[in-house]
Write a new protein. Structure first.
Length: 358
């Protein structure tokens, strides 16, 4: 679950199942030194461990980033104990001002618990929702396989290698970028895009996805349903959103239905959210959903409330809840998929501004 913006000095920024990322303060220096002064956490790059003086400079830089951009590297707190256990976030690097660098560092005794993955997945999703105009990137040492797995699990894709600007003699590092989520102008939906969307929808169906059909549905039936959606897109009643990897590959899609008329002008409905089944486990569903909420905020400014309905039994409620959605209704056995297969029909909602649904 993400908050739209940090709430003032020292405010919480992102909350996950086990962690809170909050804005840093000047009195965090002792914890900064403790987190960044342990050589065990620099095993893959010992020369990169900062001196105490450099730690003071870096904390000052973090404070300046938050003051200027309302974004930067943040303090990581254990939700259960309130203990500072790391530093993580996004910031513009001197060597790459056009992107936001993904960073995390945890104290040694909390490594290997999946916390880096939890942080990275939440931070990248926040960025696609709130800072879509800026690329999210990461640089990983080639021998640091754990960090590479973390970046990939957060949705990033390797696009090449780069050297650190301040270490020109160093070995090249793996350079990764996050996908993008963008809306589609009605007049840009051509036959090629329609075929690509149809191909994805059919593959999601056959993989068991809850997107309107059962596995094995005829391509022609899916094409009819897609045609109806595209008619609404052309008529300005729906907004088609696409998730693409840095190379342009289509990896996911969804629609906002936003013109239901009185008294629902302030409501948009999420339809057909789907991600390429070959990319499961890479956080792309969460990135697509976050990116779409950001699109609704920017491109549908009259919309205040977002709604969706889903078929129970696939764990979708937990997925949406982690992204800030709240269950607002449930009809037991409201859906019958087969003669002896009944599912609950569940409704969820989320405010566009991220405030709680009351």
């Amino acid at each position: 679950m993400t908050a739209p913006q940090p709430e003032g000095e020292g405010g919480a920024w992102i909350t996950t199942g086990r962690l809170v990322l909050r804005r840093p303060r000047a009195d965090d220096l002792a914890d900064y030194l403790r987190v960044h002064g342990d050589p065990r956490t620099y095993a893959h790059a010992p020369a990169s461990m900062p001196s105490p003086e450099r730690c003071r400079e870096r904390l000052a830089d973090d404070l300046a980033d938050w003051q200027r951009d309302a974004l930067g590297y943040a303090v990581v707190l254990d939700r259960a104990t309130g203990e500072v256990i790391g530093w993580a976030g996004l910031r513009h690097k001197d060597s790459d001002q056009d992107s936001l660098n993904l960073y995390y560092r945890l104290v040694h005794d909390r490594l290997g618990q999946g916390l880096g993955r939890e942080i990275a997945r939440a931070v990248v999703a926040w960025a696609l929702e709130h800072r879509p105009e800026t690329l999210v990137t990461a640089m990983v040492d080639t021998v640091n396989t754990a960090s590479l797995r973390t970046a990939v699990s957060a949705g990033l894709v390797q696009v090449g290698t780069r050297k650190l600007r301040d270490e020109p003699d160093s070995e090249p590092m793996l350079y990764l970028q996050a996908p993008s989520v963008e809306s589609v102008a009605p007049d840009s939906v051509d036959a090629e895009l329609e075929d690509a969307v149809l191909d994805l929808w059919v593959r999601v169906n056959d993989a068991g996805g809850s997107v309107g059909f059962l596995p094995g549905a005829a391509r022609s039936d899916v094409a009819v349903a897609l045609g109806r959606h595209l008619e609404d897109v052309a008529g300005g009643r729906s907004l088609l959103c696409l998730l693409r990897e840095p190379g342009g590959q289509l990896r996911g899609l969804g629609l906002w239905e936003h013109s239901r008329g009185f008294p629902y002008e302030h409501v948009a409905g999420l339809k057909r959210l789907m991600v390429d089944p070959d990319t499961q486990g890479r956080n792309l569903g969460r990135l697509l959903l976050g990116g779409m909420v950001g699109i609704a905020r920017r491109e549908l400014p009259w919309v205040e409330l977002l709604r969706l309905d889903y078929r129970d039994g696939l764990g979708l409620g937990e997925f949406y809840a982690r992204a800030g959605w709240t269950e607002v209704g449930r009809l037991p056995r409201g859906l019958r998929l087969r003669p002896n297969d009944y599912r609950d029909d569940v409704a969820m909602a989320r405010r566009v501004d991220g405030a709680p649904v009351r």
